[in-house]
Design a binder for this molecule. Structure first.
Ligand SMILES: *Cc1c(COP(=O)(O)O)cnc(C)c1O
Length: 421
């Protein structure tokens, strides 16, 4: 459920008319709903009720400072994957002991900055990384709290580009050989082993892969404890999927996911961490765009809008579906006709939808791409020298621009011309 509904014939973001935001900031732009972000966080919080837990929002899905601040105020931790994300989380007011550092290629510089600034735990993905972290921690005279990210060799049954838990993926340490790595970690002066980490992929629409992976983590916990490690924290990653198509069957609910966690690892007495990104931010955002032209082609008609693949890359990168709806509610019984919905970028891949049934639309009409709050703005680029588009946060009947659109001059002046030219 989200808070983008038609009211009096106009799409609203909570209590604000989307058309009013468009008039104030111009299109295209992203809008996020505070109530939806809050609701999704709360669903996870309730799903893990009764277990000691921390929900670490995966900020790679949406890293706007205002969103992070909101998450921090709700009591969330943050899962970061780079120094930039670490520093942004700190800038949003998150204390170090609520920040988890994930990622397959952490540099020594990133390790040092996080150890000095405060960190809850590093999720370590390889032996060389473990050695580097040990060396950096020792040079600072501290111990780095770690979980090893294990690769459980489980098929997440999702898009190949976002599956991470099979042995052929670059992520984690094979679960079969990780006991050795834990033994080595346990002997390192700069390392404090606190737990186990697993993350098998994104946009999972079934619970079974989670159940398989968490069961393996539970078995490993017993083994490692028998080996003398104080395993007190289990980080079970993110990945729960969202319904991108209203007409399709809905993925499992957070409460059902919580039941799987309870059933598989609940008896171990560990603190549970999860790292949801998409489920918290995905349906909490829309992308609003204007129709530039309606173009009649041979055998098909094109709706050319002012948003493009540089603003929202998911359709061209992952063949992803986004529901696209007019901001002015179509009349009941309005006739639908198939349209290819495309952006202005000079690539055939700049196509949002093919032969999508749409109600009548005209130039300057507003359309909204639903479920665009995750992996939308964060993946945007300035390809075709199109400035990054603004982000807006709605809260009840208020809205605020939380990232302004840069001017063309600002974009141009970031480049410099060398003296010899
Ligand atoms: C991407 C990622 C997440 C979040 O995944 P979602 O599908 O957005 O929930 C969590 N943890 C790690 C390590 C990730 O790489």
């Amino acid at each position: 459920m989200d808070h983008f509904l038609y009211r009096d014939g106009v799409l609203h973001a909570e209590d604000v008319r989307v058309s009013d935001i468009a008039a104030a900031v111009g299109t295209p732009f992203y809008v996020y709903s505070t109530a939806t972000l809050t609701r999704h966080f709360t669903l996870f919080d309730e799903a893990l009720g009764g277990m000691d837990h921390l929900i670490c929002f995966a900020m790679k899905s949406n890293s706007n400072l205002a969103v992070l601040k909101l998450m921090g105020e709700l009591g969330a931790g943050i899962d970061v994957v780079s120094m930039g994300e670490y520093l942004k989380a700190k800038a949003a007011g998150l204390p170090g002991d609520r920040i988890v550092f994930s990622g397959v290629g952490k540099t020594r510089e990133e390790m040092r900055v996080a150890l000095e600034g405060g960190i809850r735990q590093f999720n370590v993905e390889s032996e060389p990384e473990l050695e580097a972290l040990n060396a950096v921690a020792m040079s600072l005279g501290v111990k780095a709290p770690i979980a090893l990210r294990v690769n459980p060799d489980v098929d997440a049954k999702t898009h190949a580009k976002i599956a991470t838990g099979k042995s052929e993926n670059k992520f984690g340490i094979p679960i079969a050989t990780c006991r050795d790595v834990y033994r080595r970690a346990g002997q390192m002066e700069g390392i404090d082993v606190v737990g186990i980490d697993v993350h098998i992929g994104s946009q999972l629409t079934q619970l079974e892969p989670f159940e398989l992976a968490f069961t393996k983590v539970a078995e490993l916990t017993e083994l490692l404890r028998a080996d003398g490690h104080d395993i007190r924290r289990l980080d079970l990653g993110g990945g729960l999927g969202i319904p991108y198509e209203r007409s399709n069957e809905a993925p499992p609910l957070p409460v059902e996911y919580g039941e799987v966690i309870r059933k598989t690892v609940g008896h171990l007495g560990c603190e549970i961490e999860i790292e949801p990104g998409r489920l918290i931010s995905g349906n909490a955002g829309i992308l609003v765009s204007s129709v530039i032209y309606l173009k009649h082609g041979e055998g098909r008609d094109f709706l050319i809008v002012d948003a493009a693949m540089n603003d929202l890359v998911r359709p061209s990168m992952y063949d992803a579906h986004h529901d696209i709806v007019p901001v002015i509610e179509p009349l009941a019984g309005a006739e639908q006709a198939p349209l290819d919905i495309v952006g202005p970028v000079c690539e055939t891949g700049d196509t949002f939808a093919k032969a999508r049934d749409m109600p009548p639309l005209r130039e300057d009409d507003l359309v909204a791409f639903r479920s665009a709050g995750a992996y939308g703005a964060v993946m945007a680029s300035e390809y075709n020298s199109r400035p990054l588009i603004p982000e807006v946060l709605v809260h009840g009947d208020q809205f605020a621009v939380i990232r302004a659109r840069p001017t063309y001059d600002e974009m141009i002046n970031r480049d410099t011309i060398p003296v010899w030219l």
